[in-house]
Design a binder for this molecule. Structure first.
Ligand code: SF4
Length: 250
């Protein structure tokens, strides 16, 4: 099979998977409308082009001695499930491990990939509270689907990078949701990244007015959410300091 894929581009990266070098590929389209999204042009399939999967596979092969993973992000890669499967299969053939950044709300395509044993690593956001962060009405079923996806990954022992994008809300807004996440992930290997929702001037979010209210939370709030997240696994707090991201263990 030689699928075509709608993609925005790729580059070598040291920031997309914690502690690893990746060839990160941005695939277009998304099923959510997160108001803070700074990749909304990719999510809306703007600034994208149709490519043969083999063009991406060749880039992965050429970079294989430099990278730990090919990392598919977006947008939401799983709106193009056949292309994801083919890119991952081709990467595996060249000895490159695979990493998927997904919102984990497209359960069927995710489980299909997992059943084919094509995924070595997953990164996902716990978008809390979902009714505020998913950007579409009726977020509760999506949150339940997200939890089901976490359970599926935990049962299969997939190494998971769980990001908690922190909004300007009281820390207690996170406790109940994170307890649900903890129960879904029981016993699995998780790296938790607590990070701020960033807005202008660093990025151009989909909804600047929304972000003016909820983005760029203070450091104390990151620390408070990190404390609540500790039962989930190893917690790292990521901050934007002028010019660069910094990380430290909580
Ligand atoms: S943040 Fe991610 S899941 Fe949300 S709209 Fe943007 S690409 Fe989609």
């Amino acid at each position: 099979m030689h699928s075509r894929v709608l993609a925005a581009g790729w580059r070598l990266s040291t920031v997309d998977v914690h502690g690893s070098v990746t060839l990160t590929v941005w695939l277009c389209g998304c099923n959510l409308k997160c108001p803070f999204c700074h990749n909304w042009r990719i999510a809306e399939r703007l600034a994208c082009r149709e490519l043969h999967v083999s063009a991406i596979a060749e880039e992965v092969g050429a970079a294989r001695s430099l990278i730990d993973y090919v990392h598919l992000t977006g947008g939401e890669p799983l709106v193009q499930p056949d292309a994801v499967a083919e890119i991952f299969s081709r990467a595996r053939e060249t000895g490159v491990r695979t990493s998927l950044n997904t919102n984990a709300t497209l359960h069927g395509p995710l489980v299909s990939l997992l059943k084919r044993d094509l995924v070595d690593h997953v990164a996902t956001d716990a978008k809390i509270p979902p009714d505020l962060l998913y950007g579409i009405p009726g977020s509760e079923p999506l949150w339940r689907t997200f939890l089901a996806s976490l359970r599926e990954m935990a049962e299969r022992g997939i190494p998971l990078e769980l990001r908690i994008p922190v909004a300007n809300l009281p820390p207690e807004a996170y406790r109940g949701y994170l307890e649900e996440v903890r129960r879904a992930l029981e016993g699995s290997r998780v790296t938790v990244i607590v990070q701020p929702l960033v807005g202008q001037p660093l990025v151009e979010p989909r909804d600047a007015a929304w972000c003016g209210k909820y983005c760029n939370p203070p450091d104390e709030l990151l620390e408070a959410v990190a404390e609540i997240a500790k039962p989930l696994g190893r917690v790292i707090v990521k901050r934007w300091t002028p010019g660069a991201w910094s990380r430290r263990a909580a």
